[in-house]
Write a protein of this length. Structure first.
Length: 141
């Protein structure tokens, strides 16, 4: 049986675990000649008031763009190219939606993120992905 992995989605959050996931995804992309897609999800949260929420979301977008730029640089340093995408919403839902839209064959993600208040909580994210994703998932430790 020949494994075909044409597109690999890598959700990133700037943690050392997502950095490891990027490196693992690069190795796989080289082996299978796959396209890499780096995704950062700005999780929409309820804040004190509308102005605080707007400012908070703008700050998270800036962080996301910085994380994606750093991730893209890591991919480039591995001799690869990548597409970068920033989305807003529920983290797991946005990962699943983009994986479907882009027809990804694999999601590669770190086993931990930056914490509950900032990014991924692996238990809920990985569980939701495992139960709802249309493609395989590789969790990198």
């Amino acid at each position: 049986m020949v494994i075909k992995i044409k597109k690999i989605l890598v959700p990133v959050d700037g943690s050392k675990y997502s950095d490891k996931a990027i490196l693992q995804a690069c190795d796989l992309a080289k082996k299978y000649q796959s396209q890499l897609i780096l995704l950062y999800v700005v999780e929409k949260v309820i804040s004190v008031n509308l102005l605080d929420r707007k400012a908070y979301l703008e700050m998270l977008r800036k962080v996301g763009n910085s994380v994606l730029a750093t991730g893209k640089k890591s991919v480039t340093n591995q001799g690869m190219d990548s597409k970068i995408v920033i989305k807003e919403g529920n983290i797991a839902n946005e990962i699943i939606k983009l994986a479907k839209k882009e027809q990804c064959h694999l999601i590669v993600m770190g086993n931990k993120g930056l914490g509950a208040t900032a990014r991924f909580i692996l238990g809920s994210i990985s569980n939701k992905l495992a139960n709802n994703s249309t493609c395989s998932i590789l969790i990198v430790k």
